[in-house]
Design a protein around this ligand. Sequence first.
Ligand code: COA
Length: 260
Amino acid sequence: MAFRNLTTADRAAVRTITVNRPDKLNALNQETIAELTLAFRQAAQDDAVRVVVLAGAGEKAFVAGADISEMTAWAPVRAQAASRAGQDLMLAVERLGKPVIAKVQGYALGGGMELAMACHIRVASEKAKFGQPEIGLGLIPGFGGTQRLTRLAGRGAALELCLLGQQIDAARAERLGIVARVVSAEDLDATVDAMADQLAAAAPLALKGILEAVIEGGECAIDQGLAFETQGFAIAFSTDDMREGTSAFLERRKASFKGS
Ligand code: COA
């Protein structure tokens, strides 16, 4: 299906989904949110896709937030539906079952920061800026920001960023644990491509097990989280890829993982 607000491109097992509204700094209007949700569902169902890279078109913004122009006339019940639709998108990203890398070259504000935080690894250009500026609009984050920022960076940083609404640069985002790696603007594509290639060559079912144990297991009390981990560990022993990985190590050769 052709999207009006996104582009998708496949490079071997790596699918890049790009929000493509650069004249609006890739702001997430309702149509874009619906298209992104569909694009992630398609990526989940396509066995040929092992990794997703999420990007924003243009040089200026990853995503500069939810589309403010749509919000002004919303009644509370409409705002509730929009918040849920945004949160559903973030869950579709976070629970894809395959690694998702956010490639952040510019502004990741509001819903853009929330979208980046739903991804599993964030790689940023040193020009990137992060923030939850909703307070300046008389609003609060509505796409999961209060929850994921608290989990990623802790309550102190989440309260500081959401209450003051200021932008932070990529270096501070890295210090807070929001960003995995900060590179020069020139190196961003190559860094993300190399990371995506490494993930595409890894054992998909083991990647899925790690994602489930960390994300879903991480929401439980430790006994349940550990049970999640044990289940994933045991399931790995049912896979051809586990036999291939261990044999390849002992035979001093490179493993070739098939996803079975
Ligand atoms: N929603 C709707 N439109 C947005 C937008 C958003 N979140 N962010 C940017 N845009 C639009 C602008 O309205 C402008 O459109 P126009 O050219 O038709 O007037 C275009 O994108 C370019 O933005 P502009 O503000 O002119 O760029 P800038 O370089 O001066 O400022 C930002 C960049 C990111 C600082 C500024 O756009 C901004 O503060 N955006 C809103 C961020 C925000 O509050 N996000 C949370 C929303 S809940």
